[in-house]
Design a protein around this ligand. Structure first.
Ligand code: 0A1
Ligand code: ZN
Length: 877
């Protein structure tokens, strides 16, 4: 799973083809060819050691089709080849780059290779690497070639038998995929274990773990009555923090049976937490490996958002057992086949176990904060990309989150029953296969009997469509006409665009009655322009459109502030109410940023009514009164002046804070949320408490500092503590340093909490944030080799719009330097820091030049990885 944690502040920023390079090859989807050789079986033998591990691989290979091409096994400069044999005799092989090439005359052969690798020196964290004394693997997308020579592509499926041997003291636990079939002691204090996975799988799903770990054990009885042993493996001291992950796993297993009819298929399911991990987690068959941030939680150290993220990611990886493992991808261009679908599944799970309305708002907030900018910038690509230089760069919000929106639209147009018929057919038709996005849509069509051809354009056309909407009312005739127009801007490599089918859930709300005078209907806008007529419009109608965010588009609706204000109070769809508030705020914020006069009264009245409403739950209130972030405002502007946007937003926050001081204080003080209560109501109460505090701080700094320090000191949970600190870090008050120091002292031995300490300061809304961040980069606890730590400082800073775009250019210089240094250790993580630079074209001229120069400096640095090269060259193009 991607790690898309946005910043932790309650009211902060949320988080053409590249020029040809002689060394970096572009891979194209249209060049796909089935594999020349298949590998039905593989036996791996590991002699494990942190510094030097030996890997003996025995592959049974079979010619695939009628051709005379040689066997090509992918490798990597990390592999030291010791020996290679064909059918027991020395092989005549040659190297072509990092590929091992062997000419074979027969239809099948047995290939043996022996290599040596150095896990402790593996800072890329791809392949076999060391983390905190243990050994673990990460093979997706192309890490298996850093373990042994193999056709490292997802359409080569093999049955795996694994023997692992290592020091019994240092590695008492030895895990791999499938079932442990034998184990025993070897000489010299070593021991071994044999594992067999009965399900053929691509090598990206291979996993191995060796370490000194303890398990939280439990079991699950499947719908057919089989008992599955569950284990979550962590360091002994962390065992008390694993119960939430275990509960989430069991909920997810039951949910997938109920909603998709999918049962778990092995007798064991293991999760292992590691501290050094490039992403969120990985769905290796029956041996999921997790970033410890998505496993470990307790009341004192984890926020409500952390608890929710753990449930989400545990479910996501578990759901991959079917959408990813049993049915996998033919090639990496099809990544969204498993990722978009699995994100849709984890989002639906989250909606079912919590508040569906709030979950939808949160998911859309992430989409807008991360995917919309991607789709509108130089790194825009379709959900199913056409080409890549480095596939790791395509684990993006477009493939994951927009991919999930595409599945959601298919679900919307088919309805739940037909959708389920389609997914049943998909799983049975393609079980054990490597499939494509087209296969998925075909199965939905065949299962439902509905032609989905027009929707396929969502896989191939990049960019976020814009929809203009204008409602015309004829009071005398009691009719209304909705005029819709769609527009798609060009994106790199796609100069001209086709209209797309856009499913818009739409209703008309009566301005006086507040009722649905025309009930919700699904309009599919599939032409450039379209009009829809409504009858029996008995009062002034208010347009409620894209309800539930039924399509991932930007709606530009002609609605007056008074109409939005009314919709914010009356719309029968909670998402549309939220949206009306956002729209109202956005208009005021853009006007302010453009130096126009701002009417903040409508916003203030809408927030006041929301806070005082008896029918809304606190979680919804907390979301609804949150202003759009500075980067989301920037996305809506032609020319971006980050300073002007910041001032506009702060001015509106201050106006709200001073006008609604009492209501905000009441919301801040609302109690009834003890730290061990994780119900939606308690979580919402905590959220609203801190969001309100943030608005109070915008108008009364010293009072807010006192309140925040009191919240911080009294907190019996991390949500309140971090929330208070998140407000304090942006203030000029003595309480700030006291709280930061106290937090550090208390949690200095807990790396996940110290990540928060770094992130909070990197997200601070202060004039001196760049200075603070530069200082933090010199802090003894700042280590570049740990992806979580690097992200908490550099990643959070890149998402802090005002600070990153500091007028003197030092924000750009800092992040550029971080990228260049990180690239030497871990190119994948370095490349993930590049996207904030993609906005340079729309910046005011001074910043635009400085930003472009920073990108050029990165591009000119010697020995750049293909990961960073691809992102930087595309950003400059
Ligand atoms: N498939 C995983 C995400 C993932 C991708 C690449 C990785 O390599 C560092 C790790 C994880 C998921 O979606 O859960
Ligand atoms: Zn995934």
């Amino acid at each position: 799973m991607l790690d898309v944690r946005t910043t932790t502040l309650p009211d902060a920023q949320t988080a053409p083809e590249a020029p040809l390079s002689p060394t970096h090859v572009t891979i194209r989807r249209e060049d796909y060819r089935p594999p020349d050789w298949l590998v039905p079986e593989i036996q791996l033998d590991f002699q494990l050691d942190t510094d030097e591990t030996r890997v003996l691989a025995t592959l049974s290979v079979e010619r695939n089709g009628d051709h005379d091409r040689p066997l090509r096994l992918d490798g990597d400069d990390q592999l030291k080849l010791i020996a290679a044999k064909v059918d027991g005799g020395d092989a005549a092989y040659r190297m072509d780059g990092s590929q091992l090439v062997i000419d074979l005359s027969g239809e099948r052969a047995t290939i043996e290779t022996e290599v040596e690798i150095a896990p402790a020196a593996n800072t890329k964290l791809m392949g076999l690497y060391a983390s905190g004394g243990m050994l673990c693997t990460q093979c997706e997308a192309e890490g298996f070639r850093r373990i042994t020579f193999f056709p490292d592509r997802p359409d080569v499926l093999s049955k795996y038998r694994v023997r692992m041997e290592g020091d019994a003291q240092r590695f008492p636990v030895l895990l791999s995929n499938g079932n442990r079939v034998a184990h025993g002691n070897a000489t010299d204090g070593r021991h071994w274990a044999d594992w067999e996975d009965p399900y053929p799988k691509p090598c990206y799903l291979f996993a191995l773990v060796a370490g000194d770990l303890e398990a939280n054990r439990d079991s699950f009885i499947t719908m057919s009555g089989r008992k599955v042993d569950l284990a979550i493996w962590v360091r002994e001291a962390d065992l008390p923090k694993t119960q939430h992950a275990m509960n989430s796993l069991k909920l997810a297993m039951a949910w997938d049976e109920k909603v998709y009819g999918r049962e778990y298929d092995l007798d064991q399911f293991n999760i292992v937490a590691v501290s050094d991990f490039n992403m969120g987690a990985m769905e290796n068959k029956s041996l999921n490996i997790f970033n410890s941030a998505y496993v470990l939680a307790d009341q004192e150290t984890a926020t409500d958002a952390d608890f929710d993220n753990i449930a989400r990611v545990v479910a996501h990886e578990y759901f991959h057992n079917w959408s990813g493992d049993r049915v996998t991808c033919r090639d990496w261009f099809q990544l969204s086949l498993k990722e978009g679908f699995t994100v849709f599944r984890d989002q639906s799970f989250g909606a079912d176990i919590g508040s569906a309305a709030v979950k939808r708002i949160e998911d859309v907030r992430v989409l807008r904060a991360v995917q919309f900018p991607e789709d509108q910038g130089p790194l825009a690509h379709p959900v199913r990309p056409d080409s890549y230089i480095e596939i790791s760069n395509f684990y993006t919000a477009t493939v994951y989150n927009k991919g999930a929106e595409v599945i959601r639209m298919l679900h919307t147009v088919l309805g739940p029953d037909k959708f389920r018929a389609g997914t049943d057919l998909y799983f049975s038709r393609h079980d054990g296969e490597a499939a494509t996005c087209d296969d998925f849509v075909k199965a939905l069509e065949d299962g439902s009997g509905v032609d989905l051809t027009p929707f396929k354009i969502w896989y191939s056309q990049a960019g976020t469509p814009k929809v203009r909407a204008r409602l015309e009312h004829d009071a005398a005739a009691k009719t209304a006409t909705l005029h819709l127009e769609q527009h798609e801007d060009p994106t790199p490599g796609q100069a001209s665009k086709q209209p797309m089918p856009i499913p818009l859930k739409t209703a008309l709300i009566g301005n006086e009655s507040g009722h649905e005078i025309c009930p919700e209907q699904l309009i599919v806008l599939d032409k450039a322009r379209q009009s829809v007529a409504f009858q029996n419009v008995t009062e002034r109608p208010l347009l409620s459109i894209n309800r539930g965010f039924s399509a991932p588009v930007i709606i530009q609706a002609e609605r007056q502030p008074d109409e939005l204000e009314r919709l914010a109070q009356t719309d029968t769809d909670p998402f549309a109410r939220y949206e009306a508030m956002q729209d109202l705020m956005m208009r005021a914020l853009i006007a302010g940023a453009q130096g126009e006069s701002v009417d903040s009264d409508a916003v203030i009245r809408a927030i006041d009514a929301t806070l005082k409403s008896n029918s809304l739950d606190p979680a919804f209130k907390g979301e609804a009164i949150l202003l759009p972030s500075e980067s989301i405002i920037a996305d809506r502007m032609q020319i971006v002046d980050p300073g002007a946007i910041h001032r506009s937003r702060e001015a509106l926050r201050a106006a709200i804070g001073s006008a609604l001081g009492d209501a905000l204080l009441a919301a801040h003080r609302s109690d009834g949320a003890p730290g061990d209560d994780l119900s939606p109501h308690a979580k919402g109460t905590r959220r609203l408490r801190t969001v309100s505090l943030g608005l109070i701080a915008a108008s009364e700094e010293s009072k807010a500092a006192r309140l925040a320090k009191a919240q911080f000191d009294a907190a019996d949970n991390m949500t309140d503590r971090q929330g208070a600190l998140g407000v304090l870090v942006s203030l000029e008050a003595p309480e700030r340093k006291d709280a930061l120091d106290a937090f550090y002292e208390r949690f200095r031995d807990d790396p996940l909490v110290i990540d928060k300490w770094f992130a909070l300061q990197a997200a601070a809304q202060r004039a001196d944030t760049v200075d603070q961040v530069l200082k933090l980069a010199q802090h003894p606890d700042f280590v570049m080799t740990n992806p979580n730590r690097l992200r908490s400082l550099a990643g959070t800073f890149g998402a802090n719009h005002w600070a990153f775009h500091s007028a003197d250019g030092r924000g750009y210089a800092f992040l550029a330097e971080m990228i260049v240094v990180a690239d030497k250790l871990n190119p994948q993580i370095a490349a993930r820091l590049v996207p904030p630079f993609g906005r340079w074209r729309r910046l005011e001229p001074k910043r635009r030049d400085m930003m472009r120069q920073a990108l050029e400096r990165i591009a000119a640095s010697p020995g750049l990885s293909k990961d960073v090269y691809e992102q930087v060259s595309k950003s400059l193009a």
